[in-house]
Each structure stands twice: as structure tokens, then as C-alpha cells.
Design a protein around this ligand. Structure first.
Ligand code: HEM
Length: 127
């Protein structure tokens, strides 16, 4: 069987445009901007590396930063259900902006949805 990797289906150029479109929204979002650095350049660079390997491409994130341990790396930040919803909304809008559509988008988004739920570490009423 010869299955195309999601990374190949999406393409590096579209993935990088997606991440840039995503962090432009994060940086302006009232629920998200306060917990992110003002300069999102390095955050976007790491996210491009991470999503490349998440989608089956080369392990760029792990090569530079080690095991992702994503939930542990998010523990310093209060990730509430409201922030998870905001994160996913920014991602859906970024997918619209770069024209990512069809089954490859639906599968990618479904995985991000589950990963985002896994990052939640704080109830809404504690922020
Ligand atoms: C880093 C928030 C979900 C992947 C971060 C940072 C914040 C954050 C504040 C630190 C940024 C920095 O200091 O540069 C959130 C919130 C989420 C969420 C509010 C809502 C659920 C996700 C998901 C993924 C993800 C679903 C992956 C699919 C990453 C990666 C980093 C990161 C790869 C960089 C880690 C590093 O420093 O090496 N996130 N995140 N995040 N996030 Fe998230």
C-alpha cells in the first residue's frame, strides 16, 4: 500500500503559510495573546518543525529540541477550555486563509482537536 503522508499532501509551503496565518491570529486574540510572547517568530519556527513531524514529515522538532512532551511543555501556561477553543478557532481560520480543504484538512483538524483537549490543564473559572 502506498499512502501519501499528510505532510506531502499539504506541502511544506502551505504548512508554513498556515503556521504564519495562525500566529497572526493568536497574536491578536484577546484570550491567547496574554500567554504568548510578544514576538512570535521563534514560536512559529518551532511550530513549523513540530507540525512537519506531526504530519509524518521529517522529525525536525525532535532533532533540535528532543521529545516533544507537549503536555509537559504547556504546563507553565494556564490552558483552559476557552483557550483551547480559541486556539482551534485561530487554526480553522488560518486553514481557510491558506485554502486548506477536503479530507486532508478534516483529518488534520480532528487530530489537532484531540491534541488541544489533551493540553487543557486549568478550568475556565481559575483565570
Ligand atoms: C508552545 C499555548 C495547543 C504545539 C506553546 C506556548 C504557549 C502555547 C503559550 C509557548 C509559546 C512560546 O513560549 O514560544 C497553547 C494553547 C493551546 C495549545 C493555549 C490550546 C489548547 C497546542 C497544540 C499543539 C501545540 C494542539 C500541537 C498540535 C505547541 C508547540 C510549542 C507550543 C510545538 C512549542 C514548544 C517549545 O517551546 O518547544 N503553546 N498551545 N500547542 N505549542 Fe501550544
Amino acid at each position: 500500500e502506498n499512502k501519501t503522508l499528510p505532510f506531502e499532501a499539504i506541502g511544506e509551503g502551505t504548512l508554513h503559510r498556515l503556521v504564519d496565518a495562525f500566529y497572526r491570529r493568536v497574536g491578536m486574540h484577546p484570550d491567547l495573546a496574554p500567554i504568548f510572547p510578544d514576538d512570535l517568530t521563534e514560536t512559529a519556527r518551532k511550530q513549523k518543525q513540530f507540525l512537519t513531524q506531526y504530519l509524518g514529515g521529517p522529525p525536525l522538532y525532535t532533532n533540535e529540541h528532543g521529545h516533544p512532551m507537549l503536555r509537559a511543555r504547556h504546563l507553565p501556561f494556564e490552558i483552559t477550555p476557552v483557550r483551547a477553543t480559541a486556539w482551534l478557532a485561530c487554526m480553522a481560520e488560518a486553514m481557510d486563509e491558506v485554502g486548506l480543504e477536503g479530507p486532508v484538512r478534516e483529518d488534520f483538524y480532528a487530530r489537532l482537536y484531540l491534541t488541544a483537549q489533551h493540553m487543557i490543564n486549568t478550568p475556565d473559572d481559575e483565570t
